[in-house]
Design a protein around this ligand. Structure first.
Ligand code: PDD
Length: 287
């Protein structure tokens, strides 16, 4: 099947798709993105993802290229043309094409919009969740506005690659005070001995994860106690359970941190339960 990608208003086979070399996303990482889950032919949490996209664009002063309804059409058409029933849809918006210059180009420069959709194996991600993942800690060397979902992902790329090379699945970033900020591409959580969930409060050092926010709704509904505060690696290693959340990993149990097992070294029961229940709290719109 020929895969199709949306670029600036056109749906093109990959072999014909291109963006300009002087795109600001390419030269300055001057671009933002979203990743949404597609599950059983439905789009997960479109409203929250589009709200965050609009916020990211606003924080960087990139003009909003299209309406909510138009985003919805682009996401759906890209999903449909690639026949994705289970996988992800990726949307990226850059400040557009301009002669290389640090200053912003004229405000009438058109943003570059890219949308792609990709199948993922549902059984593979369930198998991984049943096994749990290993994470390794690494200093958080990213910038001070990690609340904006920009494509400036080199620190995450480096950290995740190093994690992979050491036999782990993901990295957890640690700030200068020794507190975990978040995962390489996910939010980080622990569960203490009393069964309370702990995750860092939202600030500019972490992405306000959509999966995180939906999980907060689920916790409220289930009457599970949540404490929003930072935690350290030793505290996480001594926790009853640990897990990460993201649109692609959902609720993913963490079974070891820097080589030390969390709990009994197997996926925790609460994390598994929350994973199973997650979509009860999520918005699921038809494609
Ligand atoms: N990443 N923190 C970071 C640094 C992330 O990159 C992500 C998501 C999250 C979780 O956000 P959400 O729940 O909205 O997916 C937290 C996506 C999946 C990615 O870059 O592929």
């Amino acid at each position: 099947m020929t895969r199709i990608i949306y670029v600036n208003g056109r749906y093109l086979p990959y072999s014909e798709a291109a963006i300009h070399p002087e795109d600001r996303g390419n030269q300055f990482a001057d671009a933002v993105y979203e990743v949404c889950e597609v599950r059983e032919g439905r789009l997960t949490d479109e409203t929250r993802h589009m709200t965050r996209l609009e916020r990211s664009l606003g924080e960087l002063g990139i003009p909003l290229p299209m309406s909510r309804a138009a985003w919805g059409r682009v996401l759906r058409e890209t999903i449909r043309r690639n026949r994705v029933r289970h996988g992800l849809v990726y949307l990226q918006v850059s400040r557009g094409v301009a002669r290389r210059d640090f200053y912003f180009p004229s405000p009438d420069t058109l943003p570059t919009v890219i949308c792609l959709a990709r199948r993922l194996s549902a059984s593979k991600s369930e198998a991984l969740a049943a096994k749990g993942i290993a994470v390794v800690s690494t200093p958080d060397v990213r910038w001070a506005r990690c609340d904006i979902k920009t494509v400036m992902l080199l620190p995450a790329t480096m950290a995740k690659q190093r994690a992979k090379e050491s036999g782990a699945n993901d990295a957890w970033f640690v700030d200068d005070e020794g507190f975990v900020t978040e995962g390489g591409s996910a939010n980080a959580w622990i569960i203490d001995r009393e069964g309370r969930l702990i995750t860092r409060a939202l600030d500019q050092s972490i992405l306000p994860g959509i999966t995180r926010s939906v999980l907060l709704d689920l916790l409220k509904r289930e009457g599970i106690t949540l404490i929003e505060r930072p935690f350290t690696i030793p505290e996480a290693q001594a926790a009853r359970e640990a897990f990460i959340t993201s649109a692609t990993s959902l609720v993913m149990p963490v079974i070891s941190i820097d080589g030390k097992p969390v709990g009994n070294g197997a996926p925790g029961l609460i994390a598994q339960q929350l994973r199973a229940q997650f979509h009860e709290a999520a918005e699921r719109a038809p494609v």
